[in-house]
Design a protein around this ligand. Sequence first.
Ligand code: F6P
Length: 520
Amino acid sequence: MAFPSINPTQTNAWSNLLAHFQEVKDLKMQDFFAEDHNRVKDFSLEWNDFFVDLSKNRITGETISLLLDLTKEVRLKEAIDAQFSGEHINQTENRAVGHTLLRNFNSLPLEVSETLQKMKQFSEAVINGNWKGFTGKPITHIVNIGIGGSDLGPDMVCEALRYYKNRLEVRFMSNVDGDHVMETLRGLDPETTLFIIVSKTFTTQETLTNAQTVRSWFLKGAPEAAISKHFVAVSTNLEAIAQFGITSENTFPMWDWVGGRFSLWSAVGLSISCAVGYDHFEELLRGAHEMDLHFQEAPFEENIPVMLALISVWYNNFYGAETECIVPYCQYLNKLVAYLQQGIMESNGKSVDRNGHPINYQTGTIVWGSTGTNAQHAFFQLIHQGTKLIPTDFIAFRESLYGEVDHQNKLLANCFAQTEALLQGTYGNTVENNYKKFEGNKPTNTLLINKLTPKSLGSLIALYEHKLFVQGVIWNIFSYDQWGVELGKKLAKGTLDAITSADTSKINNASTRQLIGKLR
Ligand code: F6P
């Protein structure tokens, strides 16, 4: 089975979509609703705890049918099967893409089940206090040291599952900014703090610098032999971990077939397992696996990640929308957007196709957002009355966790009211003046989920993982590499040399030279 590499713009479906776009681009969703009473039913999906309302989009039955034709012509089904069968679809790094294997409890690879067992034992020992610090006290604080995929996922999930957390306080240290390092360490007691160093490569400048600084800080109050009680590491680079002085018992493996931004399901999620307990961590994985099955098995017209991806392609490539907004009506999900930004933009920010040719159509969308209702009082003005088209995902939960009914009613009322206001605007009504006019016709998806649980969160994250993959397949790009982050890393070596030596003679660019000169 070969991973297909088809230029989407050369397909018949694409030409048909272009023609269709000309026919529908000036139509108004407000009229779709007025004319078609089946619209809501026809454009809603139901699966497990998820209800997805796609009806407030600039789509007709014909749009969906043409987008589904496109999936056939780009051979989406084959691409999905290629990923799940372990083919090296990350061709530019010659790797398989196996994050879904980490959560398939029906056939876990041996190394994965062994690692999960080790995570379970470790996190249980830390939580119940059997794991003691070097003076015999139980651990009270955990600090995850990592960046990018080795930080954003665990941090986001720990925050999202805060309701389920135990007595441990978990902090995240990511930025090489020394002030961030010192603030994260502030108030910590070396006797009761455990550090988890997470780096897939164990070569990342930020993480290694932070880990060394933390090690020195720790050794100011503890003997060298105490390291084994306070430092553990997660990486594919077992040699580098050993060099750092971490024993093999304190080492948790990772594998090159798991991309950093898809790695929270691996031992990278150790801080999650500590924060909320292994059983909740496993529930998260099981929820993601259920979404994997839905993605693999559901017909595309009922397939939530596929449908969301197709609608996004429709706005990105035909309407020319540059960005997409994501607004969870749930304060626990306040780190979801930052997490998805890496997942989506590091994956699909590409301009060379799978045949090695420069691309002359739009690929990765810019993703942004924050939680509702806060966002309503911040940037919603621009979505309502600005000049840009910004398709927005609204994510909400039917039930709250603490059961504060009045609050939950108001939260959901706002969520639904916003999607209606964006759709309807003041269409058909007379308004006092143009300033008070709302065009409406602004597209939204509403994802209504029963309740925020580890399982539903797992499904939600996996949904966006699959959505971005489908988009990458359609755009004919390699979603699983990230060469675009390398150049800056390389240049930073030269700028660091110049800063530390105060010698800018090897810096090529005059602007950079000047900036470094200003530090003197
Ligand atoms: O920013 C690039 C990147 O490679 C990400 O893809 C990755 O998540 C992050 O750096 C951290 O890498 P590592 O886990 O190897 O330290």
